[in-house]
Ligand binder design. Sequence first.
Ligand code: ATP
Length: 429
Amino acid sequence: MERVVNLCKRRGFVFPSAEIYGGFRSTYDYGPLGVLALRNVKDAWWRSMVQLRDDVVGIDAAILTSPRVWEASGHLTNFADPLVDCRNCKERWRADEIGGVCPNCGSKDLTEPRAFNMMFKTHAGPVENEAAVAYLRPETAQGMFLNFNNVLQTTRKKPPFGIAQIGKSFRNEITPGNFVFRTREFEQMEMEYFVPPAEADTWFEYWCAERMAWYRGLGIPEDRLRLREHDAEELSHYSARTADIEFAFPWGWGELEGLANRTDFDLKAHSTASGERLEYFDQSTGERYVPYVIEPAAGATRAMMAFLLAAYDEDEVGGEHRTVLRLHHRISPYAVTVLPLSKKETLTPVARKVLALCQPHFMCDYDETQSIGRRYRRQDEIGTAYCVTVDFATLDDKAVTIRERDSTEQVRVPIDSLVDELKARLLVS
Ligand code: ATP
């Protein structure tokens, strides 16, 4: 964990936010590499959930939301964690996480738990009164329910169909921590899949399997992933059935994604509160019903952290120690880095041409400082999938060397076919 956190800071994945002021309350900024990796996680999700399907469409809903939404959804009353104070050291904790003992001082002298609502409250407009109250969304899901009719009418989809969204959510967590695992501002990737009620269990199981396969396909090893179904006491107020996809973090199993059968709870609640009918009318059978909802709800920032932890490795190459991020190429910040063998005037223009050839197709880096060995190490450490080396022979044979990160195997290919060769390796799955 410590090594990955250090690497994130040292190489520009994740920085503590407002660091020059000593940081700000467990918030983080994504640096030049982190922004690429995080975007890749989100793109991989969107590709699998929207692009490769014809039954799911996307939206991007507002973050600022009317209290009426959260009143109807139950969040104003139910979206709370049990807060306790330690009477000895005055620290505050989530009662369900500490087993009756203060993790700071070991005291058992704790206050009775009280409900602490985790939504961030603000005011929309210049007047700070009750009528101007707005909330930052604590989940993206409600945007899909609010737009149910809009999407039905504009896309002519019919159940089973889904609405997907990626975006920021905000929760005033009592105890943020474990790096970006739990923060107050984070990104979610959620999909609401609307189904005929009788098919809810089948689709629940379908989505559990699909989502497990997504993590595995992007390189999370089998033995660090598990699906854990909730028992009745653990279920949220809207859920008939929930299973978590968990990852073996260095401190133990932690949730990456929750899959829930939200039943018709949300659509019915918003119908009642708004007076708008949120239901599906099947013209072929004349049947009118409120669909059930199966929701795979994942965290983008948490998933990125899991991908980094799973990818981190140290090995030896040619008798030399190296750190390598064995990231799936869809997650790697850079797919390709172009390296001229040396900073000689004759090589630079050719290497720059090779870079310009690759840039329209792949996210590329370019590095001409230090020895070639050290530059390979630097690229291995940030998970770059392929290095393309331009050497003195290139000037005669118009060919370059492609080096693969994990095996360090090298092949020589003509510059003319370089892009195709890289595409064949990078776009396979
Ligand atoms: P937890 O039990 O860890 O508080 P949760 O069950 O409340 O999470 P959900 O409401 O199911 O989480 O949210 C779906 C996903 O959003 C989670 O699986 C996680 O990946 C992500 N997520 C939730 N809260 C946070 C947070 N504070 N920081 C980062 N990611 C989060």
